[in-house]
Design a protein around this ligand. Structure first.
Ligand code: PLP
Length: 404
């Protein structure tokens, strides 16, 4: 049974008020709240274990190292990677994409080679490639979508040439909620001899992900969007591919031997982890993954699906409502505008009612251009979101609408 009241007790912040109103937190796409076990893990490790990892022979250092490496195993299991060598800890999705963009381009791309992205990408999956395009003259191609917010797979196929090296797309759009058919997208990339990177920032908190089943070459995500701490993320990469990529940053941890003449690099995954890692964060991240696993990713997906169906149906009853993103296969994101009400005005007035939503372009300006708008109001759900909160959102929107 999905015991929402019990789950909510694990998140102390949900008890607070804003402007004297109970907090209704519908900004989970930006970041999720943290259960007590995650915060406790941070406090306990600082109080009782803290010591730098991988470098010490002393007790605390070894204990911290064991916790850090056990967290890597927890991540491996969570996404069903073959080996912990394939799990690189980064600062988040953004850093993971930048790492691949930089190292993959160095290893595999020359001037004129092509990368395919989609029209609904987050800036991190656009600008990282543009930086490489400027340096190396690689070319970006863009998969278009239909008005429902679904990628046009026939058009996608047509983008391939003998210069296509990589396809890099979001699993779930952070604006439209579209769940992209990434298995098929990856298959098509492979059929054309290209690799595939999947941006899992908005999928990993909401569904079971199996990187082997998807056959993704790279899969990236952030801990803070799945109830873990900020500043930690993952780059999953197939081992044989990661072996071929040069390091992204230089420093401690990532080397085997250093002399002024020549440096040899450490083995995977450490080759890509220069400097002291956020080992306190990785332990807390593993706690977050254990927490969602105990509830069950399928149960979380079912709970959130029920909410999205209910919210969409009720929102459509509001006069002047325009919902952006009506894909057949859609996750817990609803972007909307009501009549001529500016998204900032809607967001600000909802905030005064205690309802936290996001407004603006959501780091997806090219998608806003495609939609012909400047921004939207975005409500995003989490495992603790209730029907009552959606009712409060609906009556809040209606109240704002009547004021205008
Ligand atoms: N990709 C998508 C689809 C996102 O929604 C986000 C964040 O909102 C990111 C990438 C960037 O994630 P982070 O800021 O955690 O690096």
């Amino acid at each position: 049974m999905y015991d929402i009241n019990k789950i909510r007790e694990d998140f102390p912040i949900l008890l607070r008020t804003v402007y004297g109103k109970p907090l209704i937190y519908l900004d989970n796409g930006a970041t999720t709240q943290k259960p007590k076990c995650v915060v406790d893990s941070i406090v306990n490790e600082y109080y009782s274990v803290n010591s730098n990892v991988h470098r010490g022979v002393h007790f605390l250092s070894q204990q911290a190292t064991n916790l850090h490496e056990a967290s890597r195993e927890t991540v491996r299991k969570f996404i069903n990677a073959r080996s912990t060598s394939e799990i690189i800890f980064t600062r988040g999705t953004t850093e993971s994409i930048n790492l691949v963009a930089s190292s993959f381009t160095d290893a595999f791309m020359k001037e004129g080679d092509e990368v395919i992205i989609s029209v609904m990408e987050h800036h991190s999956n656009i600008v990282s490639w543009q930086l490489q395009a400027e340096k190396k003259g690689i070319v970006l191609k863009v998969i278009p979508m239909n008005d429902k917010g679904e990628l046009l797979l026939d058009e996608y196929e047509k983008l391939f040439t003998d210069k296509t090296r990589l396809v890099s797309v979001a699993h779930v759009s952070n604006v439209l909620g579209t769940i992209n058919p990434v298995k098929r997208i990856i298959e098509t990339a492979h059929a054309h001899g290209a690799y595939a990177l999947i941006d899992g920032a908005q999928s990993i908190p909401h569904m079971k992900v199996d990187v082997q089943e998807l056959d993704a070459d790279f899969y990236v995500f952030s801990a803070h969007k799945i109830y873990g701490p900020t500043g930690i993320g993952v780059l999953y990469g197939k081992e044989e591919l990661l072996e071929k990529l040069p390091p992204y940053q230089g420093g401690g941890e990532m080397i085997q031997n250093v002399s002024f003449e020549k440096t040899t690099f450490n083995e995977l995954p450490f080759k890509f982890e220069a400097g002291t890692p956020d080992y306190i964060g990785t332990t807390a991240f593993a706690c977050a993954l254990d927490y969602v696993s105990a509830i069950g990713m399928d149960n979380i997906a079912a709970h959130e699906h029920e909410l999205i169906v209910y919210a969409t149906q009720r929102l459509k009853e509001i006069p002047g409502m325009r919902i952006f993103g009506e894909a057949e296969n859609k996750g817990g994101v609803i972007s909307f505008l009501v009549g001529d009400i500016h998204h900032f005005d809607m967001g600000t007035l909802l905030d005064r009612l205690g309802i936290a939503v996001r407004t603006g372009h959501h780091c997806a300006e090219p998608l806003m251009h495609r939609l012909g708008i400047e921004g939207t109001v975005r409500a995003t759900f989490g495992l603790y979101t209730t029907r009552e909160e959606i009712d409060a959102l609906l009556s809040g929107i209606d109240r704002v609408r009547k004021m205008f």
